[in-house]
Design a protein around this ligand. Structure first.
Ligand code: NAD
Length: 503
């Protein structure tokens, strides 16, 4: 059983080479610095200490990576799907072998607590295995015969794609996008978030060690407005899969317009959890707490708006407040820690700015609302009560361990509040009335809804949001809809009548 001291010792071993060499790009199967030689600094949110320098790429590096991805595309596309399957399974094996290294580095780079990150590394391996198994059938189509034609459809990979990922659970999220792209037969240029570059580099090494052909997957580090922007504008990149903020998604759509980029967006959320008075209230309480305070609240699917029926509100909120005050904030490498520091000072400043805003809007701070310690970006898990849905604390994505609680009287009112949001990623409904659950979920504006459950990801199901929460779906075959083109071919089955012009 690991403890804080042994984890810290292991981590320093893993990080030594990054401290020495920095985080490099990987282009055409080789690790390389940015062509300009530029770097930026990467610090840990735990104590603000320097971790490493990181290649600061610009358009020239992105161009080199896109060319490598283009050159590798034909052979990768035409490789037998069963061969691609074997390589992707070997990547999954590599992730499992290095799961401890990945988890510890991710915690130090992002501030996420180890209790969640060790599972995230293994989930990343599952992502690779799931899409590995789908690789052999990725091109399958349908036969749609008509009176005169044998119509068949087939799917073909769209080409080299750009994948741009955020800093929250960056390792797991990257695999979630990269694995289906590779399984489909696309080649990849990946631009990870500048705040959390370390594990993307480990993932790339694992892929190279697994025998992925050079150029099939390229890694370009850098800032969003530099490397990220260049990737979205590159003519050889056929599609951009993006996970991040809604306003960045909007910028990417504009940047990609001249080259007619296909885009897939997984964006922000302000997700409601609705608790009716007939629900199993103990389970609802556990799930509501888990879905906002796990992963430091830095999770797109977090239940950041609690809507609780007024008949049970007083008791439910009292229990909630007690539990929130008990959540353990601490060193992310301590297995007992439940909340670590926020990713970065910029994000810390954003999250903590909502404490004063909540007061000025007239809400109460029932728990938290303050910094923890004076080093690193720790905040106390926070609960706002007495809020109304028109307040900024109920409308804006705070993306920290901060829950805004409101009450409602009737089902209609709950639905109205839940849907009164620019976002529509997830919703969580707690009721034991089956008919109400069916009625309510049908009218709730969200891409994913769980009834009497927290978010439990099942890989064959569609993942994505509506409204400002995204465009497109991941998971199952939906991922291939994005990374592949549908082709229709009609074969005449006889001598049907062809209109004769000018005859
Ligand atoms: P962000 O939008 O600031 O950055 C995401 C990525 O985009 C980074 O790699 C960044 O460098 C890059 N980027 C920034 N500007 C760019 C530009 N002009 N062109 C191209 N790339 C650019 O997001 P973040 O702060 O890193 O992540 C948090 C956000 O991600 C939250 O809003 C969260 O809800 C969202 N998110 C959504 C999902 C989902 O599945 N819906 C999952 C995880 C995170």
């Amino acid at each position: 059983m690991s403890d804080l001291n042994s984890n810290v010792a292991d981590l320093s071993g893993y990080l030594a080479r990054f401290a020495r060499d920095g985080v490099m790009n990987h282009i055409g199967g080789k690790a390389c610095p940015a062509l300009s030689g530029s770097t930026f600094d990467n610090a840990s949110p735990v104590d603000e200490s320097h971790i490493c320098v990181v290649a600061r790429s610009d358009g020239a590096d992105v161009d080199a990576a896109a060319r490598a991805a283009k050159a590798a595309f034909g052979a990768w596309r035409d490789m037998d799907g069963t061969e691609r399957k074997k390589i992707l399974h070997r990547i999954a094996d590599g992730i499992v072998e290095r799961a401890n290294e990945i988890a510890l580095c991710e915690c130090w780079d992002t501030g996420q607590a180890l209790r969640f990150m060790s599972k995230a590394a293994l989930r990343a391996a599952d992502n690779f295995r799931f899409f590995a198994d789908k690789a052999p059938s990725a091109r399958d189509g349908q036969m749609l015969p008509s009176q005169t034609l044998m119509n068949v459809t087939t799917r073909q990979p769209i080409g080299p794609v750009g994948i741009i990922t955020p800093w929250n659970t960056p390792f797991m999220l990257s695999t979630w996008k990269i694995a289906p792209a590779l399984a489909a037969g696309c080649t990849v240029v990946h631009k990870p978030a500048e705040f959390s570059p370390v594990t993307a580099s480990i993932l790339m090494e694992i892929a190279e060690d697994a025998g992925l052909p050079a150029g099939v997957w390229n890694l370009v580090n850098g800032l969003g407005e530099e490397a990220g922007k260049a990737l979205t504008e590159h003519p050889d990149i056929k599609a951009i899969a993006f996970v991040g903020e809604s306003k960045t998604g909007s910028m990417i759509m504009k940047q990609g317009a001249d080259t007619l980029k296909r885009v897939h967006f997984e964006l922000g959320g302000k997700n409601p959890v609705i608790v009716f008075d007939d629900a199993d209230l103990d389970r609802a309480l556990d799930a509501a707490i888990f879905m906002i305070y796990s992963l430091n609240g830095e999770r797109c699917t977090s239940s950041s708006r609690l809507l609780v029926q007024s008949t049970i509100a007083e008791e439910f909120l009292a229990k909630l407040t007690k539990r929130v005050n008990n959540i353990r904030v601490g060193h992310p490498l301590d297995p007992k820690t439940e909340i670590g520091p926020l990713i970065h000072k910029t994000h810390f400043d954003k999250v903590t700015s909502y404490f004063d805003l909540a007061r000025s809007e007239g809400a109460s701070i029932a728990a938290g609302g303050k910094r923890v310690g004076d080093k690193g970006w720790f905040v106390a898990p926070t609960l706002f009560t007495g809020a109304s849905n028109d307040m900024a604390i109920a409308q804006q994505e705070i993306f920290g361990p901060v829950l805004t609680a409101m009450t409602f009287e009737t089902e209609d009112e709950a639905l109205c509040i839940a849907n009164d949001s620019p976002y529509g990623l997830t919703g969580y409904v707690w009721t034991n009335d089956l008919t109400r659950a069916m009625r309510f979920t049908d009218a709730l504006e969200a891409g994913m809804i769980w009834v009497n459950s927290e978010n439990v990801r099942h890989l064959p199901t569609p993942f994505g949001g509506v409204k400002a929460s995204g465009i497109g779906r991941d998971g199952g075959d939906w991922s291939f809809d994005f990374y592949m083109e549908q082709k229709h071919i009609g074969f005449a089955t006889g001598q049907h009548k062809i209109p004769r012009l000018g005859a």
